[in-house]
Ligand binder design. Structure first.
Ligand SMILES: [Zn+2]
Length: 361
């Protein structure tokens, strides 16, 4: 980039609230053979230094993405989930940069004070069975965004790895009502297509897809069909484009890099407009590809990657490897002719508008 372009990027970061819709701001062990033990112990190492360099004012921290195994082999075990929510906050309370966002104004506060707000985001609900009132407990512990189903379905609905999508169940409808009542944002990133459409229709509030891409560009179940993206936008929801290795690939850019990611962004922007798209890069500090290898079964990757056309494997996503590289998205947008106003929307404005509506100011 030219010096003038670099200056414009810095100015944009300074003037606007920058939010990631989905990341894992954790530092993973350098040796991948230690990943399972790291998850089993369940003490999260937050990458504060990397976050400080990211330009972010707020980020949705994806907790319990199906791999924390502290107390039992069921990652969605209630105790496992509570363990992780408590442990991350025990860490946060020993420093001053990052704090938990409980309302939309906390994100504005983080921006004003030069700090960073962490939104506690569960990628799927814990195993609470019929006890919907436990969602209130999660809310009380700071959870402000939660998925309906992780890749494999549950008592509420089907996940994107399920062969048959049964749609939102009766209990799922109850969960949606409870989340609406509490003001907890619903995330459909890992839900199946029918479950997603049912939820969008059932929810009083607009909902989110915090991290995914367009299936029109890459035929993976991890990606969302136009029908779901359009229904989400019509209801006022926001779609976060993701960058975890080997997800948002395209036929033009099969070697996963920031270029493939931005192709998904441009497609979704054209499909539903600039007011409904954002970024949830889904990155971490460490070897993300090795992490996928270690937890392949838990993440249901085998069934998600079934029947995909062949594509080259990468060691990391060039340009979007970890949360501190969020600013490369802004660089790309500047380089590719987006206006300051358009950039402001997609790097945070759209997400802030949505959470103000769902959480309340
Ligand atoms: Zn995820």
């Amino acid at each position: 980039m030219s010096k003038a372009e670099e200056e414009r990027v810095e100015e944009i970061i300074e003037k606007n609230i920058v939010i990631s819709f989905h990341d894992h701001a954790e530092v993973f062990p350098e040796d991948p053979s230690e990943f399972i033990e790291y998850e089993r112990i369940g003490r999260l190492w937050i990458g504060y230094e990397g976050l400080a360099a990211s330009g972010l004012d707020a980020f949705f921290e994806g907790l319990q993405d199906g791999i924390a195994l502290m107390r039992s082999m069921d990652p969605w075990d209630w105790d496992n989930v509570i363990h992780q929510i408590g442990m991350v906050q025990a860490d946060l309370d020993h420093q001053d940069l990052v704090f938990v966002a409980r309302r939309a104004s906390d994100i504005e506060k983080a921006y004003r004070e030069g700090r960073i707000a962490m939104v506690i985001h569960l990628e799927g609900p814990p195993n609470i069975r019929e006890d919907i009132s436990r969602v209130d407990i999660l809310y009380g512990l700071g959870v402000r965004c939660m998925g309906i189903a992780y890749s494999r379905g549950n008592e509420f609905g089907s996940g994107l790895a399920d062969k048959i999508d049964r749609g939102l169940t009766d209990l799922g409808y109850e969960l949606v009502r409870r989340m609406n009542k509490l003001g907890m944002l619903i995330d459909l990133a890992h839900a199946g297509d029918k479950t997603s459409l049912d939820t969008i229709e059932a929810s009083k509030d607009p909902v989110a897809i915090t991290h995914a891409g367009a299936r029109a560009l890459w035929p993976s179940r991890r990606m969302k069909p136009d029908e779901v993206i359009q229904a989400l936008a019509e209801k006022g929801g926001v779609f976060g484009v993701e960058a975890a290795p080997h997800t948002t690939i395209t036929k033009n850019n099969p070697r996963h890099s920031i270029e493939s990611v931005m192709e998904h962004f441009q497609y979704i922007e054209k499909l539903v407009g600039i007011d409904h798209v954002a970024f949830g890069p889904d990155t971490l500090f460490g070897d993300h590809v090795a992490l996928h290898r270690a937890f392949r079964e838990y993440l249901a990757l085998t069934s998600i990657e079934e029947n995909l056309p062949p594509f080259p494997r990468v060691e990391y996503v060039d340009g979007l490897e970890n949360p501190s590289e969020y600013r490369n998205i802004i660089r790309w947008l500047v380089k590719n002719g987006y206006s300051d106003q358009e950039i402001a929307k997609v790097i945070g404005g759209n997400i802030l508008r949505l959470v103000k509506r769902v959480w309340g100011e």
